[in-house]
Design a protein around this ligand. Structure first.
Ligand code: 2NF
Length: 238
């Protein structure tokens, strides 16, 4: 019985790591020309055997080095509070690229993972959530890759914001606190807000929160805003 229990626990643990690893690797392999095994090992080193609330953004620095973001001009699309609609849009057209269309964003989107002190496993259940702690395993990952994505943006960049909520731009969101702040004025000419509106839209381009966004933009980056009804999101630039 003891052997069976030990074996059972070991197998179950291996399965949790292995299941996560196989999703990671199969998603990674859809991007050609990468050493996914090496990327997986580098990824794990950020959080394995650590308190899941003590993983700072910097823990993912080696991962970003192992799977670097390629400079992308005129096609970078940030988003905030528009996750479903922005991806419906970028799936249909090739005009824009979101973080979730890049290798690391694609591989980890929608996943939960964390480690535990004294263990070399990856857990996918009972991991702390965003609001549980500042240096959360998953939120630190998104902060780090969002910073890296802003850093490679160049030319004219876009951001899809939600015109159906009272405050479309929040300076404390990841878009507001990391991506806008991380734009490099020597490479980025402009930021255009695509404010997606519905029938009963609550905001428009004159919204006060968008004035805040303009002020937060690094000096030298031009600002624009377009109100686009959800039904008319289609080709590049419209
Ligand atoms: O899961 C992702 N794919 C993801 C998560 C966080 C950030 C992607 N990002 C990148 C994207 F590339 C966007 O350009 O940052 C930008 C979006 O982040 P945001 O904070 O500006 O936008 P939200 O819609 O508020 O959040 C996006 C998702 O992140 C989680 C939550 O899962 C949400 O769906 N999230 C972010 N902040 C919090 C928070 N304070 C949060 N969950 C709980 N509390």
């Amino acid at each position: 019985i003891i052997v069976a229990v030990v074996l059972g626990v070991t197998l179950r643990k291996e399965t949790e790591t292995n299941q996560f690893q196989s999703v990671f690797l199969s998603r990674c392999e859809t991007f050609k020309g990468n050493n996914c095994q090496k990327i997986w090992e580098t990824f794990q080193q950020a959080y394995v055997n650590r308190d899941p609330c003590k993983v700072p953004m910097e823990a993912y620095d080696p991962l970003v080095t192992a799977a670097p973001f390629k400079p992308t001009c005129n096609r970078v699309m940030f988003w905030s509070k528009t996750k479903v609609v922005v991806h419906e849009f970028t799936e249909k057209t090739d005009c824009f690229v979101t973080l979730e269309d890049t290798l690391l964003g694609y591989v980890l989107d929608g996943l939960t993972w964390c480690g535990k002190e004294g263990s070399s496993e990856t857990f996918t259940t009972d991991c702390p959530v965003w609001t549980d702690c500042e240096n959360n395993t998953v939120s630190s990952f998104w902060k780090r890759v969002s910073a890296a994505y802003a850093d490679i943006a160049c030319g004219n960049v876009s951001a899809m914001l939600n015109g159906s909520i009272a405050v479309p731009f929040s300076p404390t969101s990841i878009f507001g606190s990391i991506e806008v702040k991380g734009l490099n004025a020597t490479r980025v000419n402009s930021l255009t807000v695509v404010l997606v509106t519905e029938e009963e839209n609550v905001t428009n381009c004159t919204d006060a929160s968008l004035k805040v966004l303009q002020k937060e933009l690094p000096a030298g980056i031009n600002y624009g805003c377009e109100e686009v009804p959800e039904s008319q999101l289609q080709e590049c630039g419209s």
